[in-house]
Design a protein. Structure first.
Length: 473
């Protein structure tokens, strides 16, 4: 039954029209993104009601979250390419073997990384990011609790990668929706407390409550993932091994290391970007958080459907259907960029009302309004850049997207940002301009790489021991 289920998913991914398959795979993930955005909106709203600057706290943590997960992201990219291509080639036993290595490596590496983060976070936020003093203590409290979420998230990403690789995006979508809705429900009570009459049932916990709600919700989602794997895809139930195949390690280094380097360097860039914004005070930090929340709304189409691109390209290359892989890349470029353009236009049109919903402070409103004016129309080019990243992940050819991603952030966003803000005295507008330009340039340079399709070669091994599976051993 398990093999039949996976084969049915594979046939649908490989043989249905590209547009249909993109929607079939991507729509559930887009719904997840919309629910996640709803959670972020609710989280920011309740935090802003607790204190005007409290909503800036999660954004201060996000780059370090990204840095710690750099290793997991590299492993995800490598193993998504390997598992999806093995599924496309009907080498299901190989896919099972790869997932065992993937799960075990995630456990060892991320536990170590989270422990180091917890012990060093005071130095990170005081000296590296230079968190504004008004929110420094809140950032420390939030980051200490959210350390658990970082670990749980790594395993959630691991299972999401597995399900995505075999073409099942609905199961992780349902679990993610459940987890996010739990977070939305818990947030107001954990942040503001709960009282019935004169009886205080739950004390207000502020940012600590927001972090606890996130950890509880993530843990429940992870528990559901494990339950579904045992019931629906029992051959992929968690197994831990201390013996890793040398060829798998080499593939992870070749495919995943560039992605890990990009995530690590990008997260450092985002830390410096936060530091750059923080130079202009807490109002700027709050405006920055609001701007990114609204940008995420415009990107809802992007985040859902780019997951589908990786799966479709990976399985097509595994099946040696190179024309299909190229068609997926070209059509995705048109469909997803167009959807992102529509979303960014709507955000631009309703920016005033959306900003005031989160923070009525005059200076924060001015900063956030200018952010949306300068940044919103670069979002479709960010979508194009991210499509290229997804093409690289599905194909296993990640070096060019990685290099472009590093240049986009460090030279254009950070380097140019400091130049415009301080040397040309454009202040915060210089930061917003550099962010917008980084998207335009990154997207424009990614287009020819996607179209030329030199990435359209599989990375899996078809050695003498690899056999097309008729059952799981």
């Amino acid at each position: 039954m398990v093999l039949e289920r996976i084969s049915e998913l594979r046939d649908r991914v490989l043989n249905k029209p590209v547009g249909y398959t993109l929607v079939w795979l991507g729509l559930p993930m887009m719904m997840v993104q919309l629910v996640n955005i709803s959670y972020n909106l609710a989280d920011s709203y309740w935090l802003s009601k607790y204190h005007p600057y409290a909503l800036a706290v999660p954004r201060q943590i996000w780059p370090t979250f990204m840095f710690i997960n750099a290793i997991a992201q590299g492993l995800m990219s490598a193993n998504l390419a390997l598992i999806s291509q093995y599924v496309g080639a009907k080498l299901y036993d190989e896919a099972k073997r790869i997932f065992t290595y993937f799960f075990s490596a995630t456990l060892f590496l991320n536990t170590t990384a989270v422990t180091i983060f917890y012990l060093t976070r005071k130095w990170i936020f005081l000296w590296l990011i230079k968190v504004p003093p008004e929110i420094y203590e809140d950032v420390l409290v939030y980051s200490g609790i959210i350390s658990l979420d970082i670990l749980f998230a790594a395993f959630t990403f691991t299972y999401t990668t597995l399900f995505q690789s075999i073409g099942d995006t609905r199961t992780p979508s349902r679990i993610a929706v459940f987890s996010s809705l739990m977070n939305v429900i818990l947030d107001p009570f954990m942040i503001h407390g709960l009282s019935i009459g004169d009886i205080e049932i739950l004390k207000p916990m502020g940012v600590a409550g927001a972090a606890i709600a996130t950890v509880i919700s993530r843990f429940l989602g992870l528990a559901l993932f494990i339950t579904v794997v045992f019931k629906k895809y029992s051959v992929f139930k968690p197994r831990i091994t201390f013996r890793f195949d040398i060829n798998w390690i080499k593939k992870c280094i070749d495919i995943g290391l560039p992605v890990s380097i990009m995530f690590a360097t990008n997260s450092l860039a985002f830390m410096f970007q936060n530091r750059l914004v923080n130079e202009f005070g807490s109002s700027a930090a709050a405006a920055f958080s609001i701007g990114f929340i609204l940008s995420d709304l415009a990107d809802a189409v992007l985040w859902g459907f780019t997951f589908a691109v990786s799966t479709m390209i990976g399985q097509a290359l595994g099946a040696m259907d190179f024309n299909r892989a190229k068609e997926v890349a070209r059509k995705s470029l048109i469909y997803i960029a167009s959807g992102s353009a529509a979303g960014s236009t709507l955000i631009y049109m309703f920016r005033d009302k959306l900003i005031l919903f989160f923070n009525p402070e005059e200076l924060t409103f001015i900063y956030a309004n200018k952010f949306i004016e300068l940044f919103s129309f670069s979002i479709p080019f960010f979508a194009i850049f991210f499509i290229g990243m997804s093409v690289g992940r599905g194909s296993g050819h990640t070096r060019f997207p990685t290099l472009l991603g590093i240049v986009r952030l460090w030279i254009l966003r950070i380097g140019l940002g400091y130049l415009l803000a301080f040397y040309l005295d454009l202040k915060l507008n210089g930061v917003w301009i550099s962010m917008s330009l980084s998207n335009f340039v990154g997207g424009a340079l990614m287009i020819p790489w996607i179209i030329n399709a030199k990435w359209a070669t599989p990375v899996i091994s078809r050695g003498p021991h690899a056999k097309v599976s008729t059952r799981f051993s």
